[in-house]
Design a protein around this ligand. Sequence first.
Ligand code: NCD
Length: 311
Amino acid sequence: MKHLRSISEIGPEAVTRILDLTDHMVEVNQRANPKVPALRGRTVCNLFFEDSTRTRLSFETAAKRLSADVMTFTVKESSVNKGESLRDTIETVAAMGVDAFVIRHKSSGVPWQVSRWTTASIINGGDGWHAHPTQALLDAYTVRNALGRTGGLDGLRVAIVGDIRHSRVARSNIEVFRALGADVTLVAPATLLPPTPLAPCTDDLDSVIGEIDVLYLLRMQMERIHDAVIPSIREYSTRFALTAERAARLGKHVLVMHPGPMNRGVEIMVDPAEIPGAMITKQVANGVAVRMAVLFDLLASTESLDMEVPA
Ligand code: NCD
């Protein structure tokens, strides 16, 4: 695999390979010294043109655990503010010797555009409304692991709830869960659905809540909502939020997920700590292992399958 720009581009086989590799990375992370020399001498550059907490820190941690060198570029402190173009920025950083760029950008398609300007591997850390493949992989891993499965997710019933229209997480998660054989239902008001339905849709959360295995809540993407697409936050929460009453009706086996950052009081009205199936902290922890697996898959040559602790 040269790049990870979307789930559809890599296909189900690569998805399964990365999830299998993640099991090894979880094992590395459980060691007293969670660091291996696998990517020694490789350089990973995080280019974040949009805000991020989890994704940026998670990639940074993942690269360091594999002994890669890491550069982190945040646009607020860069020459982009002096008018430097995206292309000049990439070519400048690439000239320093970079093996992989992790890119987050507000415009869809930027990871594809950037891969024409450098020979480095490109990892999409979120492009506009379009895709967020490492989030999808970590979510799929979290589900697989919580259920004790090793292969796919055949027959699993997943409901993705909320602001699907503006969500790159939703798009990538629909692709990953389907690639693994799960059934996906989208739950949202019609105004928060994309023009072309990507999966079966409903606007009635209460009708699906008793028939699912995974409840995936999305963040209301306030920064991307320019027109009034919902009557009010209160009306939205009444119909689509995870309330205490809905949480009580969830089957004991149901996994509750959220990519973070959570809007408490908008899409979630209960403390996740009180939901037995809440996976939200697990998702973050698994994010590091999944990103280690992705970096390893992209950057390690076969002979450097060097996961042992150095002597
Ligand atoms: C998501 C993102 O930025 O796409 N956050 C994340 O990466 N965990 C989801 C969001 O912002 O809603």
